[in-house]
Design a protein around this ligand. Sequence first.
Ligand code: GTP
Ligand code: MG
Length: 321
Amino acid sequence: MERGDKIKAGDVRTASRLIRDIEDSIPEAKATIKHIFPYTGKAQVVGITGSPGAGKSTIVDGLIETSRKKEQTVGVLAVDPTSPFTGGATLGDRIRMQRHSEDIGVFIRSLATRGSLGGLSKAVGDAIHVMDAMGKDVIFVETVGTGQQEVEIIHYAHTVIVVLVPGMGDEIQAIKAGIMEIADIFVINKADRDGAQKLQRELMTMIEMSHIPPGGWKPPVLTIRNSFKPEEFEQDLRTLSAKVREHYDFLISSDLIGDRQKRKRLHELNEAIRFSILEPVLEMLVKTGELDSMVEKLVKKESDPASLAEEIAKKYLQGCF
Ligand SMILES: Nc1nc2c(ncn2[C@@H]2O[C@H](COP(=O)(O)OP(=O)(O)OP(=O)(O)O)[C@@H](O)[C@H]2O)c(=O)[nH]1
Ligand SMILES: [Mg+2]
């Protein structure tokens, strides 16, 4: 059986290997992704993002549970678990989700940062394709970090959950990092802590002030109480899970699902173009030393970036100009 066929049959070892190859940018991975692409687009993709240690993995663990109870199969992609902020949280992620490791309906993998941010973004998209082609009903993508990386998740997820914790100045951070725009659902975690209600009020005020078009989705602000109190936690998680479903249903009933799909595809195409055209050209410029001499020229004001870019285009993209 071809590698792609094995993925479609849900083969865990083949899928794990392929995700590693994607992470390591092994060229053969590309061929398999091409092969499985027509079989993607069926899974519901849910992004969970927020500051390091906000409790994202704990929430994903709870969401796995609620999905399994509904007999959905689940894929989990933990992105960048080895960021300098968290330092080796991979083990923690594994421990927190370990109870699902024996369940054949759950497939959990992590993806570490490698090279450029763009590279990571493409790898995330491809790894989601793998889980999608395996036939997973729902895929949770946990991303840690702040700023651009969090915002990137919007390109891949149908629903984005932003996790905030009281007392961390998150509200300010949320505005700064453009998180207000990407959140479909806000979750205030560790809501047994002081300041949870205040944070909830502030967020709700911010949502009221944001310009939601008529008939648009208004992001709810949910709270999740202490994860160490299983009954409360499970109850809150059920509410969250229902909201995720509600958002997905909203996307379908309002036809916005098509827009999201298009946006995902456009982003993927951009990434692919960048990798097929821009990266090889840049590599060549580095190899030949042209890049260095161009930088020199700019420093000496002998040329300008636009003119140099035109020169490069003429030289390397023959037939286009
Ligand atoms: N007090 C309290 N601690 C919690 C709660 N939920 C999670 N934690 C703890 O917070 C820590 C971080 O939880 P994680 O779920 O790993 O958080 P995360 O956002 O996935 O962390 P990173 O992936 O490292 O960014 C763990 O030690 C959890 O046990 C909660 O509701 N209350
Ligand atoms: Mg985590």
